[in-house]
Design a protein around this ligand. Structure first.
Ligand code: AP5
Ligand code: MG
Ligand code: ZN
Length: 220
């Protein structure tokens, strides 16, 4: 693990900002686990359990899963051995209550959120990205029909896995997710800015340029 990098890093940004796309690369650079609340919920959503049905009822509308369920799931994930020395959080926290619960959980272990990277992208670009997104069912890599197409239609460049579209990537649900983001998650920018932890990166650039800017922000 590189010593020059912080350990607990949050990727903050709207739906479609490029959190998942960048996380795959950045978590390797940092040498920490990638923890995506959305990925964890997508796995639960498919299970035929009470929790699966509860998650589905929020997820499919583009609404946030209740804080108590979300916080419990993430804190449990953070107790796994691969997160003991840090992790890259993607999609969590996204309410003030979640941010405070994370701080409260790290503090007794003499740990803290070291850095928050805020990926900023215009609303029109977010909607364009969400409606053209395809994901690899096997490794999670993301593609876009126009800006990042796979070499072979329907197959992942990295592992050959089958590509699929998320059920919440319809234009209508994507719009709801953006509204939820502006109302419930945007206040976190101030929360982390006041703590001097926030670095803003222009997420509207090419994937490579964003990657470069993020590496710079992580070293600062
Ligand atoms: P989640 O899975 O976290 O979705 P999200 O925040 O809505 O974000 P996305 O995954 O849609 O976007 P992204 O920023 O990862 O973009 P990506 O890299 O894929 O959450 C889903 C749901 O789970 C929520 O609605 C909620 O129900 C629940 N949930 C999750 N966390 C929760 C929490 N903490 N509390 C409560 N509920 C929670 O990129 C998007 C597209 O753009 C791709 O096609 C990609 O190829 C393309 N792209 C990426 N970067 C670029 C670029 N630089 N240029 C051009 N195209 C690009
Ligand atoms: Mg994502
Ligand atoms: Zn793949």
């Amino acid at each position: 693990m590189s010593q020059e990098y912080p350990l607990y890093v949050i990727l903050l940004g709207a739906p479609g900002a490029g959190k998942g796309t960048q996380a795959l690369h950045i978590s390797k650079t940092l040498g920490v686990a990638h923890v995506s609340s959305g990925d964890l919920f997508r796995a639960v959503r498919e299970s035929d359990t009470e929790l699966g049905r509860l998650v589905k009822s929020y997820y499919d509308k583009g609404a946030l899963v209740p804080d108590d369920v979300t916080i419990r799931m993430i804190l449990e994930r953070l107790r796994q051995p691969d997160c003991v020395t840090g992790c890259l959080l993607d999609g969590f926290p996204r309410t003030m209550e979640q941010a405070q619960a994370l701080d409260a959980a790290l503090k007794p272990q003499a740990k803290r959120v070291d850095k928050v990277i805020y990926l900023h992208v215009s609303e029109s670009e977010l909607l364009r990205r969400l409606s053209g997104r395809w994901l690899c069912r096997n490794c999670g890599a993301s593609y876009h029909t126009v800006s990042a197409p796979p070499k072979q239609e329907g197959a992942c460049d990295l592992c050959g896995g089958a590509l699929y579209q998320r059920p919440d990537d319809t234009l209508e649900t994507a719009k709801s997710r953006l509204e939820v983001y502006f109302r419930q998650t945007l206040p976190l920018i101030d929360y982390y800015m006041q703590q001097g932890k926030l670095s803003q990166v222009n997420g509207g650039q090419s994937i490579e340029a964003v990657e470069h800017a993020m590496s710079g922000a992580l070293r600062s």
